[in-house]
Write a protein that binds this ligand. Structure first.
Ligand SMILES: [Zn+2]
Length: 286
């Protein structure tokens, strides 16, 4: 545990910062935290992405075991690009439930990774798998430090910091941008990761291939078109929270940042000060 050090010290430490990110599907953590994960990994921080479902239904032509295997191979390719570790729970897409079994599973993952920072969706998200991932991880914020819950998996030394991944939903309350991280230095890695997930972002029968308007028929043009759309989503986070970027990075850099990822401090788990949180994240200590 090294919660107060700046990035440079972390990279040289024998006990570097450890981060685990839970997304519901094999692309959520990559889209919401791929940039920051790539920046962290360059600083020597150990990052793991967990997909709490295997993504075996979110396609209009393929499904089942073969699609789950394809999804896992895709996020493994992303993990290589980002320099991180990845795991896909073998739970059917669209069927994740906030059960005791899954609470135990999430707690074991956090403990086995010895995480200092845990990220997940908010529980106010459009997809039930996103919502229940948020709920399961929030439930872990107390049980992970209870030594006799899953007593045979050694506990974390202290309660991790829990953060929520960005979403645009407004009810019952909108996402609060406690931390907005400029990811321009890692943007190419993030785009390479999106290129490495054709089942999500290139197939004619992928989710985006079906639902984005005016998608080209040519396969290469379609992949570039969808990638360009995904770039606008990272740019929209920077534009939406421009004032916060300026507060965090100063006027000049805060205005120049093109792409960003945003995080909200969960009300459960350890609640760090803003200064402390900034010291944990990459790119604020330059
Ligand atoms: Zn998802």
């Amino acid at each position: 545990m090294l919660l107060f050090a700046a990035g440079a010290a972390r990279a040289q430490s024998d006990d570097p910062l450890r981060v685990i990110v839970f997304g519901a599907h094999p692309d959520d953590a990559e889209l919401k935290a791929g940039g920051v994960a790539s920046l962290w990994s360059q600083e020597g921080v150990a990052v793991k992405f967990v997909s709490t479902t295997n993504g075996d239904i979110g396609h209009f032509e393929q499904s089942g075991g073969p699609l789950a295997q394809r999804r896992e191979a895709e996020v493994s390719a992303c993990a290589d690009i980002f320099g991180i570790t990845t795991e896909v729970y073998d739970i059917h897409d669209g069927e994740l439930m906030p059960t005791l079994e899954n609470r135990r599973k999430v707690v074991r993952s956090i403990r086995e990774w010895d995480a200092d920072i845990v990220m997940a969706h908010r529980r106010y998200d459009y997809h039930p798998d996103h919502r229940y991932t948020g709920e399961l991880v929030e439930d872990a914020a107390v049980t992970v430090v209870a030594p006799f819950f899953e007593a045979l998996t050694p506990g974390v030394d202290s309660n991790p910091v829990f953060l929520h991944l960005y979403d645009g939903f407004q009810k019952p309350y909108p996402f609060q941008p406690d931390l907005v991280v400029g990811i321009d230095e890692a943007a190419e890695a993030k785009w390479d990761c999106i290129r490495a997930m054709p089942s999500q972002f290139a197939d004619a029968d992928s989710w985006q291939g079906r639902y984005l308007p005016n998608v080209p028929e040519d396969a290469e043009e379609r992949a570039e078109y969808i990638l360009d759309y995904m770039k606008t989503r990272s740019a929209a986070v920077a534009d939406k929270y421009r004032d916060r970027l300026i507060e965090l990075y100063g006027e000049e850099k805060g205005r120049a940042i093109v792409y960003a990822e945003a995080f909200e401090i969960c009300q459960y788990g350890r609640r760090p000060s803003e200064e402390e949180l900034m010291a944990l994240f990459p790119a604020f200590d330059e």
